[in-house]
Design a protein around this ligand. Structure first.
Ligand code: CP
Length: 344
C-alpha cells in the first residue's frame, strides 16, 4: 500500500487492531497488511523530503527497560518520519530506581498525552499488561523470551524483497532458539505465510518441543545447510542464561558458526540474516557478515519502513475503535484520531 492512500482516514484492508503485542495472534492477512503498508512507506525514505504528516499531533513514547540500538532508534526515526512527537524513556536514570512500577510509570507518562507506547521489557507479557492498563496503543518491542514482533516482520519483509516470495521458502533459524523472542516471532510469521522453518542448534538450546509450533528441529547445521534458502543466524544470549548451555563458545562456533568455508556448502544464492547485535566470530564470521550473501544492513533499513507501518496501523486501529468500529479484543479504549495524509 502506498503512503498516499495509507495516510488517509480509510481503514487498511486486513487491519483493525489497536495494539501489536505479538505475531502469534495475527492472521496471514494481517501480516500481509503490515508488509504491504511497509512497502509503501519504504518509498518515503527515497524522497528528498523524507517525512509525511501522517501522525502529526500524535505522541509516541519509547519505553525501554532493556538496552537497544536498532529497535529504539528505528522506532524513534519511524515516528519522526510520520511527524509524531517522540519521547524516549530508558530505565537507567529513571524513577524506576525509586521503586516505581512499570504500570505506574506508563500511566504517568500517558497522562502527558501519549498515543502510542513502544515497550521493551525483560518480562514476557509486559506489553500485554500495559495494553490492559492504558488507553493508548501498545507495540511490543521485545518482551523477555516471548516475542519481538517487529524484528520478525522486518526479517520477513527482507526475505520477500530478496527472494520475491515467502511461500515455499525454506528458512533455517540457527542458534539459541529456546531463549529467543526473535525465533518465536519469526516462527509465527513464517509458518503463517507458508514458509518451511527448521530450527537448528545444540539440543540444550533447541528443545524438541519446538516441533509443536510446526517447525522441524535439527541439531546438525551441516546436514540442513544444502537444503535452505535463508539462514537466520541468532546471537547467543548470554544475558538470558545463568550458565552456558554448551561446553564452550569455541565448540559452539565450530559446530554452528557461519564461516565462509561452511557457507560453500549452502545453496547458491542463499540469504544470510542476523537480527543484531553480532557476536563476530561466534555465530557468524566477519567475512560472512560483511559478504555478498549478507542482508544484515538491509534488515536494519527494512526495520524503519516496518515500524512506520506498525505505528500507522495501530493508530488507525485506535481511531477505528474510537469511532465505534470493530473492536480489537485486546483494546481498552483509545483517544487517537485517524491519521491525515499527504506530503509534509
Ligand atoms: N535486533 C534488535 O532487537 O536489536 P537491538 O537490541 O539493538 O534493538
Amino acid at each position: 500500500m502506498a503512503p498516499a492512500s495509507a495516510a488517509d482516514d480509510r481503514p487498511t484492508v486486513g487491519w483493525t487492531r489497536k495494539h501489536l503485542l505479538g505475531l502469534r495472534e495475527l492472521s496471514a492477512a494481517e501480516l500481509l497488511a503490515i508488509l504491504d503498508t511497509a512497502k509503501g512507506f519504504a518509498e518515503i525514505s527515497t524522497r528528498s523530503i523524507r517525512k509525511v504528516p501522517t501522525l502529526r499531533g500524535r505522541v509516541v513514547v519509547n519505553l525501554f527497560y532493556e538496552s537497544s540500538t536498532r529497535t529504539r532508534l528505528s522506532f524513534s526515526l519511524a515516528a519522526q518520519r510520520l511527524s509524531a512527537d517522540v519521547l524516549d524513556f530508558q530505565k537507567d536514570g529513571s524513577s524506576t530506581a525509586k521503586g516505581e512500577t512499570l504500570v505506574d510509570t506508563a500511566r504517568n507518562i500517558e497522562a502527558m498525552g501519549v498515543d502510542v507506547f513502544v515497550v521493551r521489557h525483560g518480562a514476557p507479557g509486559a506489553a500485554a499488561v500495559l495494553a490492559r492498563h492504558l488507553q493508548a496503543s501498545v507495540v511490543n518491542a521485545g518482551d523477555g523470551a516471548h516475542e519481538h514482533p517487529t524484528q520478525a516482520l522486518l526479517d520477513v519483509y527482507t526475505i520477500r524483497e530478496r527472494l520475491g516470495r515467502i511461500e515455499g521458502v525454506h528458512v533455517a533459524i540457527v542458534g539459541d532458539i529456546g531463549h529467543s523472542r526473535v525465533a518465536r516471532s519469526n516462527i509465527w510469521a513464517l509458518t503463517k505465510l507458508g514458509a518451511k522453518v527448521t530450527v537448528v542448534g545444540p539440543p540444550t538450546l533447541v528443545p524438541a518441543r519446538f516441533r509443536d509450533l510446526g517447525v522441524d528441529v535439527c541439531h546438525d547445521l551441516d546436514r540442513v545447510l544444502p537444503e535452505v534458502d535463508v539462514l537466520n543466524m541468532l546471537r547467543i544470549q548470554r544475558e538470558r542464561q545463568s550458565h552456558l548451555n554448551f561446553p564452550s563458545i569455541e565448540e559452539y562456533s565450530r559446530l554452528f558458526g557461519m564461516t565462509s568455508r561452511r557457507l560453500e556448502r549452502a545453496k547458491p544464492g542463499v540469504v544470510v540474516m542476523h537480527p543484531g547485535p553480532l557476536n563476530r566470530g561466534v555465530e557468524i564470521s566477519p567475512e560472512v557478515a560483511d559478504g555478498p550473501c549478507s542482508v544484515i544492513l538491509d534488515q536494519v533499513a527494512a526495520g524503519l519502513a516496518v515500524r512506520m507501518a506498525v505505528l500507522f496501523l495501530v493508530s488507525t486501529g485506535a481511531a477505528r475503535e474510537q469511532q465505534g468500529g470493530a473492536r480489537d479484543p485486546e483494546a481498552a479504549g483509545g483517544p487517537a484520531q485517524a491519521p491525515r495524509g499527504g506530503a509534509a
